[in-house]
Design a protein. Sequence first.
Length: 83
Amino acid sequence: MPAALAAAGELCVRDLAAVVGRNTSAVSHSLRMLRGHRIVRARRAGRLAYYRPRRPVGEQHDHACPVRPADAPRDINQQIGRS
């Protein structure tokens, strides 16, 4: 999602949802998390909030928003080999 913002510069939730192919609720939740990690910033214009990355995507810290591989186990017991 930060890459989509970087490519567009600044987008509202509805437009970003269309770009990434997710519903607006999921995008809004993700943006809230990214704001909490100080990866994106918001600018209000009336009722809309426009989001943009704080820094260029290449300069983001790897640890700021870890991505779990799709095939990685979700449960800690699976990760350590317990049933």
